[in-house]
Design a protein around this ligand. Structure first.
Ligand SMILES: [Zn+2]
Length: 119
């Protein structure tokens, strides 16, 4: 079970390498996903998944989409770090956050789940 902190408690914070994109999540990750889809395997992301309301992102990002264009992959405009993905359809209440943007001590003890992912 994720440790639920809520937005009124201390948030888990992270940022891209240059600090322009900042993120906050409501719970520390206990499980990370190493997805083997064609983009995640290239970025090396370790993902945590959240309802949209549980994550705050600030800062300018560029968006990359491909294939069926269902998911926006966001990366920092300045340093290029892949920070998160969002569904194009915002009624789909799930997003992915790259836990590698968080301090290492936040995620280093989490279990890593390997998934094949879509292409
Ligand atoms: Zn950056």
């Amino acid at each position: 079970m994720a440790r639920r902190l809520g937005f009124d408690a201390r948030m888990i914070e992270g940022s891209c390498h240059c600090g322009a994109v900042r993120l906050e999540v409501a719970s520390a990750p206990v499980e990370l996903t190493s997805c083997a889809c064609s983009i995640c395997s290239r970025t090396g992301a370790l993902l945590t998944y959240h309802p949209l309301k549980d994550v705050r992102i600030t800062g300018a990002t560029d968006v990359y989409m491909w294939g069926d264009r269902m998911i926006e992959f966001h990366r920092c405009k300045t340093c290029g770090c892949f920070t998160h993905w969002l569904p194009v359809d915002k009624d789909y209440d799930r997003m992915g956050v790259n836990a590698r943007m968080m301090p290492r001590e936040i995620w280093s003890g989490a279990r890593v789940r390997y998934t094949p992912g879509p292409d």
